[in-house]
Design a protein around this ligand. Structure first.
Ligand SMILES: Nc1ncnc2c1ncn2[C@@H]1O[C@H](COP(=O)(O)OP(=O)(O)O)[C@@H](O)[C@H]1O
Ligand SMILES: [Mg+2]
Length: 321
């Protein structure tokens, strides 16, 4: 049955450089149950990757600072753990898939060696069984086992991302964090890789955080959704909550209006006017108010609270009653 195994509370992250402080994540909270997929959606710069790197504790050293909050994974606060413990968690319990497969693959090792290395590192197979297990994992992600002695450059973009997924799966993680895993791929390949991830998640009961700016991908893969804007979650809920009509944050409405609708050829797309605020200088009140079509006086002064409605949360003064 469902069991909460990741809970993030009031997480705040700042990048501190000599010149400025970038408030990339501003007090976000969310949780994930076993086997669930949570979509984190938002424009570039919303703080999605920072959130993912915080969970993995792979923020850039010296610069990326977790200012507040807790990250409870299997009843333990990862923010209180030492680097040895965290190295074990990474790869063994939590794997991350990045946007560009080439940043995750080693160009001078064959794909078989790289998958084997992951198995060995986490003691997931006996030495004499590694070769066989590598072949099985490759077949699982749709790569012929016979290609294990090839190098990354011999694979197409989609196939490379499959190799990355194979490495991520090698340690049988409980959680996969996929940061725009298909953004660098062609649309048809994108669909294949997403289908594959969905299938694997279901057979292995892996939980997943799917980071994307694409609502279509959310609809296809997620159970729950959190919409991020300027480092905050401005709306969250089940897939149905987010995709059903009515009662949404004005930013969510704007996001949906800015994507093409299949049956609606006449309407022109309406991108949201304006830009996301500068994270070194966030506006007072609601961070969306300078772009909001429903902005009230209060929105410029007071930060909205998070209002709960059933399974849904909205951070907007319109829902204050
Ligand atoms: N190493 C860094 N130093 C300073 N600012 C950074 C760094 N990495 C990201 N940022 C800033 O933090 C904000 C959030 O970035 P990010 O988490 O990458 O957003 P997203 O993944 O949603 O596009 C952006 O304004 C970005 O420019
Ligand atoms: Mg990102």
């Amino acid at each position: 049955m469902s069991e909460k195994f990741l809970e993030i509370k009031d997480l705040a992250v700042t990048y501190e450089t000599d010149e400025e402080n970038v408030n990339a994540v501003n007090s976000i909270s969310f949780s994930l149950n076993k086997g669930e997929t949570l979509g984190i959606v938002g424009e570039t710069g919303a703080g999605k990757t920072t959130t993912a790197l915080s969970i993995m504790q792979l923020l850039p050293k010296e610069v990326g600072k977790i200012k507040n909050g807790s990250i409870i994974f299997n009843d333990e606060n990862l923010l209180e753990k030492n680097s040895h413990y965290l190295r074990q968690i990474r790869g063994e319990k939590i794997s991350m898939i990045f946007q560009d497969p080439m940043t995750s693959l080693n160009p001078v090792l064959t794909v078989g060696e790289q998958i084997g290395e992951a198995l060995e590192l986490h003691n997931k197979a006996k030495k004499e069984n590694i070769n066989q297990r590598v072949g099985e994992i490759m077949e699982l992600v749709g790569i012929p086992a016979a290609r294990k002695s090839e190098y990354p450059h011999q694979f197409s973009g989609g196939m490379k991302q499959r190799v990355v997924i194979a490495i991520a799966l090698a340690c049988e993680p409980e959680l996969i964090i996929a940061d725009e895993p298909t953004t660098a791929l062609d649309v048809t390949i994108q669909a294949q890789v997403l289908d594959l991830m969905d299938e694997l998640k279901n057979t292995l009961n892996t939980s997943m955080i799917m980071i994307t700016h694409d609502l279509g991908i959310v609809a296809q893969t997620c159970d729950k959704v959190a919409i991020m804007y300027a480092g905050e979650i401005i709306e969250s809920g089940t897939l149905e909550d987010i995709f059903s009509e009515g009662n949404h944050h004005p930013y969510t409405v704007g996001l949906f209006n800015s994507i093409p609708k299949l049956n609606d050829k006449k309407t022109r797309l309406e991108p949201i006017d304006g830009l996301m605020p500068d994270p070194t200088n966030l506006p007072k009140g609601c961070k969306f108010h300078p772009r909001c079509l429903h902005c009230m006086k209060k929105c410029k002064m007071e930060e909205p609270k998070v209002y709960k409605k059933g399974t849904k949360t909205i951070r907007c003064h319109l829902y204050d009653n």
